[in-house]
Design a protein around this ligand. Structure first.
Ligand SMILES: Cc1cc2nc3c(=O)[nH]c(=O)nc-3n(C[C@H](O)[C@H](O)[C@H](O)COP(=O)(O)OP(=O)(O)OC[C@H]3O[C@@H](n4cnc5c(N)ncnc54)[C@H](O)[C@@H]3O)c2cc1C
Length: 447
């Protein structure tokens, strides 16, 4: 078997195939493994995650993988009050409900309930089969939010949530796509909450550690700096062309995000539905900004480090300090159009704009970081964006059926193909496990 892509999905698939006694090669374009997970060193043996990082309840497969690989989890720091900075006014609050006018709170609560209710009718294994699939897919999330909310502040907060979750504006998402995302996670609350939700825990040593350990286990079976350019297939197998070499196997698992899979050439060409799906699935634009301080000074002020702000460019922040709090790490997200504009600024100006944000939210001490790091995922050749790829409005209902359907001997994996926690590390792991099973079944290698 050949697995294209050494992210969590590809490495999980390869590990499962290897455990089933099959010979496997993983072919990775980058000179490293981990894909959209990436650790950066901040000194003294500490790392900070520049890509995917949090895990939470019900993300059972990534948690099981971490346990198998001996990677422990620790809780995201969440003691104290959060900051909300809207329309020039900064306030702090405890828990998930900010201090806003009762009509705004009611508005947000109504929207939350509505999204949860509608998502329950979306089968996450086949959202295109939902009763109102075509109608929801023809509705942008922006139009839906406009319809169900009355207040500007509620809309602004929902827009910030969509940006951080998907890396896009609500005008680029279909309602069906969003409801599917919510359905695959269990509820909207699971997506946005820290305690009890997707941001609850982190991995000791950073999330990339999972891929690094799997690659170590697989040893020589993982080839780096080998971008796959072509996959051809015939009655007896596949030929995968990577960095000028041709590899032959019974089947291939393509574990790369759809826009990257679309850049590989296929012989015979893929069916129209699959190709159209890839053409209409685009990566979000998300930039992570990290400032490292001698200590997490906001904790002394009784703050969690979590903030939501419309001051921009950063719209959400989190405390991303190491488990022992020996350094203070402030993480900020810049999403969608803000990230596009931010990328146009000269480097020094970019740091200044983010640090201004942090100082506004957490005080003047934020002005003196020892280290500042930025990771703009849309500038990455082998990711072309993040955190996840979304089908454009209308695409999921028309072309979604081709999402996991194998194209002959070519099988599809990756976080975007997951039916549970789609777009997340857990989804990536599940997709790798599913694709490995699929190939084993197809070859009649299992009873
Ligand atoms: C900023 C950011 C924050 C995130 N936050 C979270 C979070 O907190 N929690 C969470 O669960 N998830 C989060 N995610 C999402 C999570 O990181 C991804 O869902 C997951 O890592 C995807 O894994 P994957 O294996 O499906 O794809 P990738 O990680 O994208 O792996 C695909 C691999 O294929 C390689 N590749 C691409 N093209 C080719 C080719 N032609 N030939 C060979 N190799 C190729 C790539 O280099 C890459 O290594 C975040 C992502 C980002 C970017």
């Amino acid at each position: 078997m050949i697995v294209v892509g050494a992210g969590l999905a590809g490495l999980t698939a390869a590990r499962a195939l290897s455990a089933a006694g099959r010979s496997v090669r993983v072919v990775e374009a980058r000179d490293r493994v981990g894909g959209r997970t990436l650790n950066a060193s901040i000194g003294d043996g500490n790392v900070v995650e520049m890509g995917g990082q949090w895990v939470g309840p019900t993300q059972d497969r990534v948690l099981a993988l971490a346990a198998e690989l001996g990677v422990e989890t620790f809780p995201t720091y969440y003691d104290g009050r959060n900051v909300l900075d809207l329309a020039g006014k900064r306030r702090t609050y405890k828990g998930t409900i900010p201090r806003l006018g009762p009509h705004v709170l009611l508005d947000i609560e109504r929207a939350r309930r509505k999204v949860n209710k509608l998502s329950r009718d979306i089968p996450s294994e086949a959202p295109w089969q939902a009763r109102k699939a075509a109608e929801y897919d023809a509705t942008t999330l922006a139009a839906f939010i406009e319809k169900i909310t009355w207040t500007r502040k509620a809309r602004d907060l929902l827009e910030i949530a969509v940006g951080t979750l998907m890396g896009t504006g609500s005008g680029e998402q279909s309602l069906l796509g969003m409801l599917f995302y919510v359905s695959a996670a269990g509820s909207f609350d699971m997506l946005i909450d820290t305690e009890g939700g997707a941001q609850q825990d982190r991995l000791v040593g950073g999330s990339q550690e999972l891929s690094l350990r799997m690659a170590e286990e697989l040893g020589d079976a993982v080839a780096l700096s080998a971008p796959v350019t072509r996959i051809s297939q015939d009655a007896s197998g596949v030929t995968v062309t990577a960095a000028g070499a041709e590899l032959r196997a019974q089947r291939a698992i393509v574990a790369v995000p759809p826009p990257l899979a679309a850049r590989i050439s296929y012989d015979p060409p893929l069916g129209g539905q699959r190709d159209q799906l890839m053409q209409r699935t685009a990566s979000g634009t998300l930039t992570k900004c990290v400032a490292v301080y001698p200590d997490p000074f906001w904790r002394e002020e009784g703050l969690t480090g979590e903030a939501v702000t419309d001051a921009r460019p950063v719209t959400t922040t989190f405390d991303n300090s190491p488990p022992d709090g020996s350094r203070g790490v402030m993480l900020g997200f810049i999403a969608g159009r803000d990230a596009v504009e931010h990328a146009r600024r000269p480097e020094a100006e970019r740091q200044g704009a983010v640090i201004d944000n942090f100082a506004r939210l957490f005080g003047e001490q934020a002005r003196q970081p020892a280290i500042y790091l930025e990771q703009a995922w849309s500038e990455e050749e082998w990711s072309r964006g993040g955190p996840v790829c979304s089908p454009s409005p209308g695409a999921l209902s028309a072309y979604g059926e081709a999402l996991r359907r194998p194209a002959g001997r070519v099988h599809w994996a990756g976080a975007e193909t997951a039916t549970i926690w789609c777009g997340y590390m857990d989804g990536a792991v599940r997709s790798g496990e599913r694709a490995a099973e699929e190939t084993l079944d197809s070859e009649g290698w299992r009873l």
